[in-house]
Design a protein around this ligand. Sequence first.
Ligand SMILES: [Zn+2]
Length: 360
Amino acid sequence: MIRGMPITVHLPVPLGLALGLLVLVAAGASAGDLPGIPGARRDSSGRFLNTVGDIPTAGPDVTVPFFFRKMIASATGRPGGPAIVPNDGAFLRENARHSEPTVTWIGHSTLLVQMDHASFLTDPIWSERASPIAFAGPARRVPPGVAFDALPPIDFVLVSHNHYDHMDLPTLRALADRDPRTRFVVPLGNATTLAGAGIPVERVSECDWGGRVPVAGLEVVCLPAQHWSARGAFDRRLALWGSFAVLGPARRFYFTGDSGYFDGFSRIGEAFGPFDVAAVPVGAYEPTAMMRPFHMDPEEGLRAGRDLRARRIVAMHHGTFDLTDEPIDEPPARFRAAASAAGLGPEAALVLSIGETFGF
Ligand SMILES: [Zn+2]
């Protein structure tokens, strides 16, 4: 378990830019150039845009009552939560050498994936809170599915965007300290935040949408998602967000990060599908006036997985932190119902327990 928060160093802009360029040079990241998947555009103020351009956000008539409701919910607590199965990590550590293809749900959007003789993590968070401060903010409802110290060696880490429930600097720093070989792949503009947490820039690869990063014998392709970024009040959309395809000789895996439903999923499916596994977010969708453009509901998550041409669609981003208005247990129940209505069984549309490992 990781405790404590490092001090986030906000670098002055010229230094940040210089560091960013250094990262691009040092880590050999490529720019976006895939047909049909152009690199991310920016607006006149230099802020990144979604593929459909700027998306208006909900006004204070929606956001203020929402934050008030969440304050009450965090003080009083709400019922529900995913099932938990014990996982001491022994099989996963042994499997790092044999590499049976597996996915393990640690919680929220944190997955441990083993395929093609590599082990990697998605949006790893082992902290007690998804928050800039250690004593307040959304608290973990369930323990991580595998203890941090029980993990196998991690070859690389994918971080989809800089929101606190996805870019958890204490966890990233601990992963960097634990193994000097672990590498980090982030969308453009995020390396400076990792550098500020003490992660050496030469271990971080930044990429634009369409950029490809070779790592641990696999190819990571940075791809669009429909979302946004911010860690403070003044950095909205200054760092890019995205999703990732991980392509190996024997397996293909897709990680959505956070995204609203958009037509990019079918374009990604055409370019890189079929995927053996696609991990899709299915929680954090109410109030819809605020969340709809940026988060999927369970039916949209399932549809995204089908657009991606995924053989197995794994539901994530639910049950771990209480972030939004929908009941805690609603996302997996609706995901199962939507899958059943679409004729997909539990082997094709998976709701995992915390700590559960499945082979693929
Ligand atoms: Zn997010």
